[in-house]
Ligand binder design. Structure first.
Ligand code: ZN
Ligand code: ZN
Length: 300
């Protein structure tokens, strides 16, 4: 975990140039190094033996804090996952998702809060939710994947492997009307994108940011909302729906297990996850690279 890998260390001049170019900050999470900060910054080779440029070419170098650098070199791969993952799965999944699977394997079925606590060093709450939807909807997102990989319990809101989930939230119509509408809208967004509609156009039609269209797309894949049932008569018609709907925005399990005993971040709405988000186009986390989902408070 020194400042270089591959064939050798970048020379002092290149290192100084990189630090200066990147304003002495980790370009992934923003942690600041000397002179104005206290973070430890490394110069990292993005590729070990790039085909198009020299290994020490600034194009192939990045400035990273110790935490991010550690992640780059030790992030888990498909082989570390507690469930078999194909190459096609890994085209969609990130290293973070393998970690999430490991967490679910360890503690699942578990509330969102309990999962998030174990991931928060790496990901924001919004990002953890989105990655859980990706994992839950993986069979919808990856051609050839038959089995659902992760599921959520419609009754308890807990996340786990399908075998451990009693009542799947997949295909479930929540009897909370606002939530049902949100799910329906997610599905409409997903279908529009699946038909090849332009993402920016879809976003503008639904009044959400481009970033939010990804959010809705993944959530739709996870829950596979039965739009046909919902459309009949213009309202949800699921017959025997008592109170066992699940709302990832309120996380019913949180009610059963108060989270106030920790001094974790307050339960502020996630902005784009509140009930109103779907109608408004609230500003979401900008950008899609996972690097931008990294916390900026992981000070070294
Ligand atoms: Zn490195
Ligand atoms: Zn960093």
């Amino acid at each position: 975990m020194r400042q270089s890998h591959g064939s050798g260390t970048v020379d002092a001049a290149t290192r100084a140039l990189m630090l200066s170019n990147r304003e002495h900050r980790c370009q992934w999470c923003g942690v600041r190094g000397p002179p104005r900060g206290t973070g430890t910054l490394h110069v990292h080779h993005i590729e070990r033996d790039p085909s198009d440029v020299a290994e020490d070419d600034p194009v192939n170098l990045g400035v990273t804090c110790r935490v991010c650098h550690n992640w780059f070199h030790h992030r888990p791969t498909a082989a570390d996952a507690p469930a078999p993952l194909t190459d096609a799965d890994m085209d969609v999944l990130l290293s973070h998702d393998v970690l999430l699977l490991q967490v679910l394997d360890e503690i699942g079925p578990a509330s969102f809060h309990d999962v998030f606590i174990r991931m928060k060093v790496l990901l924001s709450k919004t990002a953890v939710r989105e990655r859980l939807w990706v994992l839950m909807g993986l069979d919808q997102l990856v051609t050839g994947r038959e089995e659902q990989l992760v599921d959520q319990d419609a009754t308890t809101g807990r996340w786990g492997f399908p075998d451990d989930i009693a009542t799947s939230a997949r295909g479930h119509v929540p009897d909370d009307r606002a939530l049902a509408l949100q799910r329906a809208e997610d599905e409409l967004v997903r279908r529009a994108l699946a038909r090849g509609c332009d993402r920016d156009l879809v976003g503008s039609v639904f009044g959400v940011t481009r970033r939010n269209t990804f959010h809705k797309q993944y959530r739709a894949a996870a829950y596979a909302f039965p739009l046909g049932e919902f459309n009949r008569g213009g309202r949800p018609v699921e017959p025997d729906d008592d109170s066992d709907d699940v709302d990832e925005t309120t996380d019913p399990s949180a009610a059963q297990e108060p989270v106030s005993d920790t001094n974790e971040e307050p339960e502020v709405p996630d902005g784009d996850l509140g009930r109103v988000e779907t109608w408004g186009g609230t500003a979401d986390e900008p950008g899609t690279p996972v690097s931008e989902l990294l916390h900026d408070d992981e000070l070294t």
